[in-house]
Design a protein around this ligand. Structure first.
Ligand code: GUN
Ligand code: ZN
Length: 468
């Protein structure tokens, strides 16, 4: 695969490369072999020849992009729930704990039926891929068989994914709760074996298992302890859970774990806070918790769509970035109403504007932004939003050497997008004289699956409008 045209890729938390004309070569194994920037049309054939390639090669697909289109890294969704898509856009009259009881758990219970899981999960993974999410951290339900189906489908459709069978043995209806810690741990081990058997070499596999204690409230002490032991025996096994999403949840958690003084300490106490741990939300984290999370190397998943929808609060992401915490974005369906990482970027922007208004109050706009080296109290710049949705997420998943940016040596997880009128998205206004940065800003505000033309994971085309 060779692609010629505009390219956007993050360079750092504050900067991105906006290249009007790049040439990218992808190997048959899905690796980015080399990238050349500022390539004029008349240099094209010579440059290809220099690398021993040609647009005429039999086994090479050559893609030429128009102005108004570009490639960029695929999105990394660091937190979402596959069995809740049916509820997207519903139930937001509740806040977290009541919402779980009345809206979420009744839907998740249906996944005891494997046929229901097969029907729904295929649509769910398809939707996620077509929105440009090339790597996704999925929660399944507590059901072993249903969650195996989710892993099988992600594997078949070609998404890169961490898939977790939920652990939960208390504080929900008896019909949606595991009978004991032993049952939960046994099914978890069986799930891990199933996912690892999907690929010939588990370490390089696109689909991997992830330990998934739902959240501290759902797990008894002996379950958390057992999960901590599994984690110790499998140092490379990632872990995902929720933390400090909502004030009532935090108070309830502290009541259940009086031997820990903060929410983050609960996970740390049971050996579940480490470099490959992904903590969703963190809206109300205290400074000591941010420091503990940082010292363990764990990452945070900012889920603004959900945090606004369930009235959980506005996370101080600028402070996390200044503090050196790893951070990516998550869609958290159906806490959030959409699986779109484009919407997540837009709402991360809005969230940072809200926080900057209340913490600073005066001008926190673009003019102030460039005189500062800090993020806190300012709205997040466009390149930072892109970073969070791609490279930041890759760091949170400990995949920073494999994906997250378009650089030689990385795997080609990328999307081809368009803001041209032919996409039939009447909300995006395109002008030929716009810069790539301006186009990206408009894309963040108004793009959806109509604007995602092609989606590749490790060089394989797995989604987008042009897949059909
Ligand atoms: N905390 C525990 N379970 C959930 C869930 O399913 N969604 C969200 N947003 N928070 C949770
Ligand atoms: Zn969640």
């Amino acid at each position: 695969l060779i692609i010629y045209g505009p390219l956007i890729t993050p360079l750092s938390k504050r900067d991105a490369l906006f290249s009007d004309c790049s040439l990218v070569a992808v190997s048959a194994q899905g690796l980015i072999e080399w990238v050349e920037h500022s390539v004029e049309p008349e240099q094209l054939q010579d440059l290809l020849a220099k690398h021993g390639r040609s647009t005429e090669d039999q086994d090479t697909q050559f893609v030429e992009l128009k102005w108004g289109e570009w490639i960029m890294p695929g999105f990394v969704d660091t937190h979402t729930h596959a069995p809740q898509f049916q509820n997207n856009g519903a139930g937001a009259q509740y806040e977290l704990l009541d919402w779980l009881t009345h809206v979420t758990f009744p839907e998740e219970e249906k996944y005891a039926d494997v046929e229901y899981a097969k029907k729904m999960y295929r649509r769910v993974v398809r939707a996620s891929l077509d929105l440009g999410t090339t790597m996704c951290c999925w929660y399944g339900t507590l059901h072993l068989e249903g969650t195996k189906v989710l892993a099988d489908i992600a594997h078949e459709l070609g998404q890169r994914a961490y898939i977790g069978k939920c652990n939960m043995n208390r504080e929900s209806a008896p019909t949606y709760q595991e009978a004991s810690a032993e049952d939960s741990l046994r099914d978890t081990l069986s799930f891990i074996s199933h996912v690892e058997a999907l690929s010939p070499s588990p370490s390089g596999a696109l689909v991997q298992p992830i330990l998934t204690p739902r959240f501290a409230i759902s797990c008894t002490s002996d379950l958390l302890q057992g999960l901590g032991e599994i984690a110790k025996q499998h140092p490379h096994l990632p872990i995902q859970t929720h933390i400090s999403e909502n004030s009532s949840e935090i108070a309830y958690t502290k009541g259940l774990f009086p031997h820990c003084s903060t929410y983050a300490e609960v996970y740390d106490y049971y050996g579940l806070l480490r470099e490959n741990t992904i903590l969703a939300h963190g809206v109300h984290l205290e400074q000591s918790e941010l420091d503990l999370i940082k010292s363990r190397g764990a990452g945070l998943s900012h889920c603004p769509t959900s945090n606004f929808n369930l009235r959980s609060g506005s996370a101080h992401v600028g402070e996390w970035l200044d503090n050196g915490n790893k951070c990516g974005l998550g869609t958290d369906c159906s806490g959030g109403w959409t699986a779109s990482m484009i919407t997540a970027m837009q709402l991360a922007s809005v969230c940072s504007k809200v926080v900057s208004y209340y913490t600073k109050g005066d001008d926190a706009s673009i003019t102030g932004r460039f005189s500062k080296t800090q993020f806190a109290k300012y709205q997040l710049p466009i390149p930072t939003l892109l970073w969070l949705a791609t490279m930041g997420g890759a760091e949170v998943c400990c995949l920073q050497d494999t994906i997250g940016s378009l650089e030689p040596g990385k795997q080609f997880d990328a999307i081809r997008v368009s803001v041209l009128p032919e996409t039939d998205n009447m909300h995006i206004w395109y002008d030929e004289s716009d810069s790539l940065e301006s186009m990206l800003e408009r894309f963040m505000a108004n793009a959806d699956e109509r604007n995602v033309m092609e989606v590749w994971v490790k060089g394989r085309k797995v989604g987008g409008k042009l897949l059909k």
